[in-house]
Ligand binder design. Structure first.
Ligand code: ZN
Ligand code: ZN
Length: 399
């Protein structure tokens, strides 16, 4: 067993206690006051330079080593979800309608464990560790706001590292994939304007419902006909609203949807086709379309060199046979905003345990992970820190 794993396993009771406390007291996006308070007090006690209130509730802790070296940033997200917990666990959420159903409680606990590990070895560190505890990952773009409020400066990181406890993978496995791992997400909204009228007299109306039906169908040709078969994209219409009565043709229909892509050129091509298809089909139906698109998050793209370092660290902790390559999801992750500013790697740590029934998917009311993932996560992150801030091999590789 590696030293780091043995050290992290000793820390397990504390990691579990932190995690369960956060789990019992979930806080939604930008409301993570209690969580942030506990994190900030912990970092202060350990001697970190601490900044609070970044992006409302975010916390940044900076620990400078005794010699110069790279700045390595580790990110942990803190927010819970508006989900009512159904795990029946003794440490279940004490607040109805709020739950840590994505594992961010575990991320915060791992971050606090890593903070303790680094502070205890400060004399060995050449360089700076920057730990960042982020609000509002779940749709609130807390990372974007943190970047806007200067989180990537003072000091600017040379390397960015983030991880997610992952229930698609069993405990004891890690996935470290180079290149795109999470998709760029856009939201689109479109209104189709027709001319309302009597359902029995369509010749005197312009029916936006029929137009909308054609638009939805035609939109599904974009991925199948305009995106290369080896490329990856999704276009889903998630809501469609129009009309209130069975015998009335309404004046308009509103629809919304999302587009997910890995490649910026594919993304551009889809956005162009979205416009052409919606407007063209609407026109053909005698209606008029208004379209708005909003970029939510860029794609998470792992830097080859940082990813290589993370892979080495993960292999040292769980063994090369338990480190896979290739996990990707069309879900999105606002860590991408940090990764636009510094080369980074976002990797997945398996947290499922089928024997114990811990396999519910993320955001499910029965979501729970095997807590043995907590020391594993701390050990891998500690190993990463060691590679960059003690051995310095990794830093040289990056230059
Ligand atoms: Zn989530
Ligand atoms: Zn999450």
């Amino acid at each position: 067993m590696s030293d780091f794993l043995a050290m992290a396993k000793e820390m397990k009771p504390q990691l579990v206690a932190w995690r369960r406390d956060f789990h019992m007291h979930p806080e939604l996006a930008y409301e993570e006051e209690r969580t942030a308070g506990i994190v900030a007090a912990h970092l202060q006690r350990l001697g970190y330079r601490v900044e609070t209130g970044v992006a409302k509730t975010g916390v940044i802790g900076v620990l400078e080593g005794t010699r110069p070296g790279p700045v390595v940033m580790f990110r942990f997200d803190m927010d819970a979800l508006p989900v009512s917990e159904e795990t029946g666990a003794e440490y279940a959420s004490r607040t109805p309608g709020k739950m840590h159903a994505c594992g961010h409680d575990g991320h915060v606990a791992m971050g606090m464990g890593l903070a303790e590990f680094l502070a205890a070895r400060r004399q060995q560190l050449a360089g700076t560790a920057k730990l960042i505890f982020q609000p509002a990952e779940e749709g609130g773009n807390g990372a974007e706001l943190m970047v806007q409020e200067g989180a990537m400066e003072n000091p600017h990181p040379d390397v960015f590292v983030a991880t997610h406890i992952w229930l698609q993978k069993p405990l004891g496995t890690v996935d470290v994939t180079v290149g795109p791992v999470m998709a760029a997400a856009e939201k689109f909204s479109c209104t189709i304007h027709g001319l309302g009228g009597h359902g029995a007299l369509p010749q005197h109306a312009v029916d936006p419902i029929v137009a909308a039906a054609h638009v939805v169908t035609a939109l599904q040709t974009i991925v199948s006909r305009n995106v290369g078969p080896l490329d990856t994209a999704v276009l889903s219409v998630g809501s469609i609203h129009g009309g209130d009565a069975f015998n009335v043709i309404p004046p308009q229909v509103h629809m919304e949807g999302t587009i997910r892509t890995f490649d910026p050129q594919t993304r551009q091509a889809i956005l162009r086709r979205l416009q052409e298809v919606v407007e063209g089909v609407a026109t053909a139906c005698g209606t008029r379309a208004e379209i708005e698109t909003k970029s939510l998050t860029p794609a998470v793209i792992n830097d080859p060199q940082v990813t290589e370092m993370i892979r080495r660290a993960a292999e040292a902790i769980v063994g090369p046979e338990h480190v896979s390559l290739g996990e990707r999801t069309m879900g999105s992750e606002d860590a991408a905003f940090f990764m636009q500013q510094a080369p980074g790697c976002y990797f997945f740590i398996g947290g499922a345990n089928a024997e114990r029934g811990l396999t519910a998917s993320h955001h499910n009311p029965r979501f729970d992970f095997d807590e043995d993932v907590l020391p594993l996560g701390v050990a891998i992150l500690a190993q990463v820190a060691y590679l960059y801030l003690v051995e310095h091999k990794a830093y040289l590789l990056n230059k």
